[in-house]
Design a protein around this ligand. Structure first.
Ligand SMILES: [Zn+2]
Length: 52
């Protein structure tokens, strides 16, 4: 808590088939955030490779 050295935002552009303008989502507030464009859920994990 209180550390700002890490990136606390995620970016989403919807990917290849669900594309939308690039948005920056503040994940620090709740630890998770849902993209308002494509409803993709991001959690405070930053493991973007863990996709199915
Ligand atoms: Zn999105």
């Amino acid at each position: 808590m209180g550390t700002q050295s890490k990136k606390e935002t995620v970016t989403c552009d919807g990917g290849a088939y669900n594309g939308h303008p690039l948005v920056y989502l503040d994940i620090a507030k709740k630890g998770s955030v849902k993209c308002p464009y494509c409803s993709r859920d991001f959690t405070h994990d930053f493991d973007e490779k863990n996709e199915t």
